[in-house]
Design a protein around this ligand. Structure first.
Ligand SMILES: [Zn+2]
Length: 199
């Protein structure tokens, strides 16, 4: 089944996620995101440690000056912003793969999003669109870790952790959709999404 621009006959709404409307759920997810941040931070720190055990021992007495600290903070702010853009760009590329149409990118306060408001997308492609940024960034980041310097590893660790914890909304949607009935078409309109069950 392919993505379509109009809902086929017989499809009725059977589920919805809208964090702008459902503030309580958004707060719960933020809490889960924070928990995931801690868990992923520990997991990726452990993986980075495995690759850099020896060089860590050698550079135990590194001192950090004021400018270096400022540079570090700026680089981290840039990492946070860059991570968010790359994450949404990957969503966007996969929207394009399945619809062959340019997706919609938007900004809201401090977060960006990619959506396809003109499209109704079947469950499997939609799950791929939702999972792709977490999967790709994690795989590429972990693959680069063994070859990265200690400094770069620190940023990779931050990037991997932010991306994984920031995927909490994607994980939530994926879990909801896995338990939804078949056949299913998902309409992602940016502020939220509704899914429709067919006959
Ligand atoms: Zn996402």
């Amino acid at each position: 089944m392919k993505a379509v621009t109009s809902l086929p006959q017989g499809y009725t709404p059977c589920g919805e996620v809208n964090f702008a409307k459902d503030k309580k759920r958004a707060w719960i997810l933020n809490g889960v995101g924070l928990l995931l941040f801690i868990l992923f931070a520990l997991a990726f720190a452990y993986i980075a440690f495995l690759f850099h055990r020896e060089s860590l021992g050698r550079s135990a007495s590194v001192t950090i000056g004021g400018w270096q600290l400022l540079e570090g903070i700026l680089a981290m702010a840039f990492t946070v912003f860059g991570c968010m853009l790359v994450h949404e760009l990957i969503h966007g590329i996969f929207f394009w793969v399945f619809t062959r149409a340019w997706p919609h990118f938007g900004f809201k306060w401090i977060y960006a999003y990619a959506s396809a408001p003109e499209w109704y997308i079947p469950r499997t492609p939609f799950l791929i669109i939702r999972l792709a940024p977490f999967l790709l960034i994690t795989l590429i980041g972990v693959a680069v870790l063994p070859f990265a310097s200690l400094g770069l590893s620190l940023f990779l660790w931050l990037l991997l952790t932010l991306n994984a914890a920031g995927s909490v909304g994607d994980f939530y949607v994926i879990i909801r959709l896995l338990f939804a009935p078949s056949p299913l078409l998902v309409h992602d309109y940016g502020d939220g999404m509704t899914w429709y069950r067919g006959i």
